[in-house]
Each structure stands twice: as structure tokens, then as C-alpha cells.
Ligand binder design. Structure first.
Ligand code: ZN
Length: 304
């Protein structure tokens, strides 16, 4: 038998209540942060999931690593009797989609059309050596998107409305931005993972050169929001998207300058530092991983 435990009601800060619900299976604990009456961020086991409780059912954004589908189902069962009816995947990465296969076929699986292709292809992730089990292949394609879109898709209406946007390449070539208009909140997926040099996954359609433009388009288009659920960090603000765009722009400019000066990607990666205004808040990966993203930008500039 699975054991579901409620760990504790922990902290309140401002209007946000933080509740930890443990769906415990071995070490698997889903931590739940309530960000609105009917919106939760579910942490642990990969990317941040979001659960939007509508009158008809729960819309779940992202399903974490392999094995984390059932803990998500258990955690939501503690919070609402409404079944999970819709799963939106922000992009194709293993740490955001692998739990899909643990949900029943009655669930509608929604993603950008490019993300569906990438989930089917299951390419390695640039800068992340390692073989991640192809859960869709293992499950005869169950859990792959059953509904896709190209530019924009609206699900539900009124207070239950969810808007999906594709603003272009960046982290991958099929990143969806999920907006909950009634709650003035957006899930940015890994286009905004945290304040850091983002993963630029060339082998899954990502682009360093286009990254900041995509962030700016999201910021300029989706104006009626306050809160932004990030792919792997805390809930941030709409202004933080614009700041992230500036940060990525500065990174790409630094790489471009290095290339023009004839330096190697390894040399640029080992010496690049964020400008002073970013240095406190933004993380830079170790040089060997940074080099992979510098190389992606080098390759893109070569092709221009
Ligand atoms: Zn990702």
C-alpha cells in the first residue's frame, strides 16, 4: 500500500501559504506551495509542476521525472477531489514529462507540436551527458501529447481559462508558456528555469541567439500577470522575465565578442563572468557545462 502523509503546514508569507504534502514512496516527497485558492506549485522530482483546480478537473502542468506521476496524483488527492483531466507539458525534457505515463488514457495530454515531435525523438540533452529512459517508448507511446498547437491555444473559459503560447526557440524548440488569466499567473517552464545561464538544448531545437528575443516576446505579449512560476526555482515576477532577457542578451553578446576575437569556446567559458548588476542573483554553471552552451552559440553564429 502507498502511504500518503501530510508533513506539516509550514510557513505563511504575504498572501502565499506554503504547505508540504508528502506523497511518500521511498524518498519521493512532493512539496506543495499554494500560490492562489486554486493554484499550487508542486516541487521535487525534477521541474516545478503546477496544478490549476478548475470546476471540471485539475489542469496539471509538467509531470517530473520517471516514477513521479503517482506521487503527483497522491499529492493532488490530498488537496481536491477533482480528478486530473488535463496535462500540459511545457517542453519535452525528461524531468518535465516522464510522469505522464503514470496517468490514465482518459487524460488529455497537451503540448506544442514541436515538443510532441521531440518527445517522440527523445534526443539527448545538450550539455547533459546521460541516458534518460525513454518512458514513451517503454509504454508504447502512452502519455505522448494527444493535442497539439502551433502558436496559441485556449483551454476552458471564464475563471477556468488557460492560455498556451509559443513564442519561439530558446531552451528547446518547443517551449510552451502557460497562462492562468484569472489568477494573473504564468508558468514559464525552463525558458525561465531560475536566475541562471539557461540550458540551451541544441539537440532539441534550442537557440542561444534567439533566446532573449523569445523572452522579450513573452514579456511584451503577456502583460496581465504578476506571478511567474519558474521551471526549477521560486515564484518570480513579470519584471524578472525582462531582466532574464537582459542577462541572456549580455551572455550572448559576451560569447559573440569572444568569437570575433578568435578565442575558443573553452577559453570564453572559463573566463566569462556576468556583469556586476547580475552577479549577486544569477548562477553560472561550471565551465565544462557552460562551454557546451558557448559552443551552441558559436555554431549558430557560424551558420549566420
Ligand atoms: Zn528543460
Amino acid at each position: 500500500m502507498k502511504r500518503v502523509i501530510v508533513l506539516a503546514a509550514l510557513i505563511s508569507f504575504g498572501m502565499v501559504t506554503l504547505v508540504a504534502v508528502g506523497a511518500q514512496q521511498g524518498e519521493m516527497v512532493v512539496e506543495v506551495e499554494q500560490v492562489a485558492d486554486n493554484l499550487y506549485v508542486l516541487r521535487g522530482g525534477g521541474g516545478n509542476s503546477a496544478a490549476f483546480v478548475t470546476s471540471n478537473g485539475v489542469v496539471l502542468v509538467d509531470t517530473k521525472l520517471a516514477g513521479w506521476g503517482q506521487p503527483l496524483i497522491d499529492a493532488m488527492g490530498e488537496l481536491t477531489q477533482n480528478p486530473i483531466t488535463t496535462i500540459i507539458n511545457t517542453h519535452s525534457h525528461f524531468d518535465h514529462v516522464s510522469g505522464n505515463v503514470e496517468f490514465p488514457a482518459s487524460v488529455e495530454f497537451v503540448a506544442h507540436e514541436n515538443a510532441k515531435t521531440l518527445m517522440e525523438e527523445w534526443n539527448p540533452v545538450t550539455g547533459f551527458p546521460g541516458d534518460f529512459q525513454d518512458v514513451f517508448d517503454q509504454n508504447n507511446g502512452h502519455g505522448l501529447p494527444t493535442r497539439t498547437y502551433a502558436e496559441r491555444l485556449t483551454l476552458g473559459s471564464g475563471d477556468d481559462q488557460v492560455d498556451l503560447y509559443y513564442f519561439g526557440r530558446g531552451h528547446t524548440g518547443g517551449d510552451t508558456w502557460v497562462v492562468f488569466p484569472s489568477l494573473r499567473t504564468m508558468h514559464a517552464g525552463d525558458m525561465f528555469p531560475s536566475k541562471q545561464v539557461p540550458i540551451i538544448d541544441q539537440s532539441n531545437g534550442g537557440s542561444g541567439v534567439e533566446y532573449a528575443r523569445t523572452l522579450r516576446l513573452a514579456h511584451a505579449t503577456v502583460t496581465d500577470i504578476d506571478a511567474v512560476i519558474t521551471g526549477h526555482s521560486t515564484v518570480m515576477t513579470r519584471n524578472d522575465i525582462a531582466e532574464m532577457a537582459d542577462f541572456v542578451d549580455a551572455f550572448v553578446a559576451g560569447v559573440r565578442a569572444g568569437k570575433l576575437a578568435g578565442r575558443t569556446a573553452a577559453d570564453v567559458a572559463s573566463s566569462w563572468m556576468p556583469a556586476a548588476r547580475f552577479r549577486t542573483d544569477y548562477d553560472v554553471p561550471p565551465a565544462e557545462r557552460l562551454e557546451a552552451y558557448v559552443q551552441v552559440i558559436y555554431d549558430e553564429l557560424d551558420g549566420q
